[in-house]
Design a protein around this ligand. Sequence first.
Ligand code: PAF
Length: 292
Amino acid sequence: MTGLHPSERGTAGTLQVHRTPDAVSAAVRALRADGRAVAFVPTMGALHAGHRALVRHARDADPSAATVVSIFVNPLQFGAGEDLDRYPRPLEADLAACREEGVELVFLPGVRDMYPEGADTTVVPGALGSELEGAVRPGHFAGVLTVVAKLFHIVAPDVAYFGEKDYQQLALITRMARDLDFPLTVAAVPTVREPDGLALSSRNVYLSAPDRARATTLYRALSAGAAAAAGGPGAVLGAARAVLAGDPALEVDYLELRDAALGADPGPGPARLLVAARLGSTHLIDNIAVQL
Ligand code: PAF
């Protein structure tokens, strides 16, 4: 992929790369005119096996659909002092990954393409947007929902794929699509993990070797919690807390057990155990299904 310089409207092999909303909308309309359904995978780039799994789910669900990937590090969802400037942007590797996965169209806008001078309208999440991750990162989910709503309008997909790794994001986007009548399906894809359980994340590259080893504590805590489900919510939380307490270097922001829609305290049935912790300056999140 060396030497690829995506232009406003260009193609790289069979991979089309478009920079502007108008160009990508026109390209999607052309695909539709050929009778293709459109599957969409929004990303911030730094693509890893978790993103590839989203694309593969899209392809497996409808092999005849065209897959569109957006790559945009959305400034609106980063708070002051967060990692916007150092967020990894390996563009050529990302485009190579899209090609390998059979993606047909990449939307690669710049900040001004998405937020022209004077743009100041945003999507306000409901109460869930200020809880859990929203309490740790105020304004984060308004930024996520705003960009995802814009991307949904620009790409107009039939199905959009999101990872369960960002479970609260998935829940909020599902609600937004329902509440604001987006004519599409939001599809969830299970978290992809390293062999030792660490959930794949573009931010894992920030971890030092000792912190990388420690980071597995999150998944061990979640697994211990899920395994204690027969004992009820108290046992789940107790088991997870005991594992987290084993590493004092881990600064836990929250550990919560909620119902599967994150709406209320869980009763018997499917629930979700969510954790966030800091290791040095790296913020890690993870979650697991729990059957109460
Ligand atoms: O999950 C992400 O990578 C981002 O939050 C998303 C959904 C692409 C919006 O910027």
